[in-house]
Design a protein around this ligand. Structure first.
Ligand code: IDP
Ligand code: MG
Length: 155
């Protein structure tokens, strides 16, 4: 199964959306295998947003991501990365489709409520970046057989 790393950003924390966001992923059938609150360091953020260091908005993005603690979540499921990205919506929340998290709760490119991994490889890299191995739990919920067919689980 794939894993995706989600961050409820300070914009989501400040706006009291932690519960609503977690609820959406659970209702969808994704399994929470890691969950914690943490303050992001500049060093960790520079690594996480390395692809954006040369962008003009990088300094304000860094400040925004350190404004409050964040909630980091590791979600597992079949095709979890694509499923979570589709639930999150496009980067600029003003353009994000209604029904997505950014589309329903956001009005900004920067203050766009959540981060989600963009590839299965990054799902693994980012989970390892934000969680220690002992903070990730491998368990099978009893609901799994009504969430997937047997062939989907074996794929
Ligand atoms: P993503 O979060 O949708 O994957 P990325 O391009 O990876 O988008 O950018 C990471 C984060 O940087 C975005 O979620 C957003 O907070 C911020 N960001 C991206 N583009 C802009 C911009 O044009 N203005 C301000 N902030 C931006
Ligand atoms: Mg990204």
């Amino acid at each position: 199964m794939e894993q995706s790393l989600v961050i409820i950003k300070p914009s989501g924390v400040q706006r009291n959306l932690i519960g609503k966001i977690i609820d959406r992923f659970q209702q969808k059938g994704l399994v929470i295998s890691g969950l914690k609150m943490m303050k992001l360091s500049e060093e960790l953020l520079r690594e996480h947003y390395a692809h954006l260091v040369d962008r003009p908005f990088f300094p304000t993005l860094m400040k925004s991501m350190m404004a409050t603690p964040v909630v980091v979540i590791c979600l597992k499921g079949v095709d979890a990365v694509a499923v979570v990205r589709s639930m999150v919506g496009v980067t600029n929340a003003r353009n994000a489709a209604p029904g997505t998290i950014r589309g329903d709760y956001g009005m900004s490119s920067q203050e766009n409520i959540v981060h989600a991994s963009d590839s299965p490889e990054n799902g693994i890299i980012e989970t390892n970046r934000f969680f220690k191995p002992e903070e990730i739990f491998d368990y099978t919920p009893v609901t799994i057989s009504s969430t997937y067919s047997p062939d989907e689980l074996n794929s």
